[in-house]
Design a protein. Sequence first.
Length: 351
Amino acid sequence: MNVALDLGVYEFRTLRREHKRLTAHRFRPVYIVIADNSHNQQTLDQLHIPCARCDNGLVVLGEPAVRVSRLLRQPYHEMLPAGRIDRNDPLTRQLLSTLIDNMLPLPESEQDICCVRLPQPGGQLRQIANPREVDAADNKLLTHLVSLRGYTPRTLSSGMAVVLAEMVSTSFTGLGLDIGATSTHAVLSFQGRELAASTTALGGEWIDERLARACQEFTWAPSGQQCLNVPAITNWKQEFSGDLTNPHSTREHVLAELYRDLMDSVLRCLARDLVINTSREQFSTPVDLVYAGGPTRMNGFDDILREQLQRTPFPLEIQSIRSANSPYTVSRGCLIHAELETGQRTRREVA
């Protein structure tokens, strides 16, 4: 039984096929540690929130950690801040191992594949020395956790996953674009073969941080220091039901302009990488573009994308633009990749 594991910064997702049915699971990779006392234990019991004990207190995982954070006005911790594992937080490594074990069922054989989309770090939220070495070490750890569960790990980029999930009718030919929390990844594919890839270290968190700064959205940390209240902006943006092309307030106007700035940077970077890695002879006919990712699921995003494409000198003619419109698009692409590799392996064995 093959399985897909999408390790997004905001949410982990799994997808697998069981008896001709797809089974999906999602989990928010956050946690909070609160004091181990009778009052907190009683509060968690009343809210029916499970917890575990550690040396430092009571640990609450996932979306319930966000609820407890709001209730107690205590910040929760992300397991992959800015797309990276926090080396100064040993508890994160333990919780990542526990979470991946819980999300992946036991394999049926040693040949079962787990196709993983690894988190793509952003470059805006944290400056670190030797980022490539750190990212390689993080990826090695995450794939090792998958192999410890008994699977053969395989990795796939989010852009290529979008192509595999959404471009069956075009023989896996076209542009796949995934906008995540910390970065944006795009792939140009021809019949399932990656011709060019482009990564921009900008995503939904980049918008949230700049919107919080523009709107002077601040809060006070437990230490007494004033800091940007990015979670408040994130919550507002998730509940926003308006249209980016028809803003009604100053905050909405700023949000729309930030989306335009994001897509301008992404498309210029993608155009540059396409020119470097492909020739006009390879794609003399128009191609489809399919986009996915949490930040794209907002009214008016499609119009802004088309608007910015018209303003960008682009080396390819885009025939159509559409949304993947599913939180499991990347997971589905990873599962298809695992199934295709299993099929190729079976054919080799038979031959």
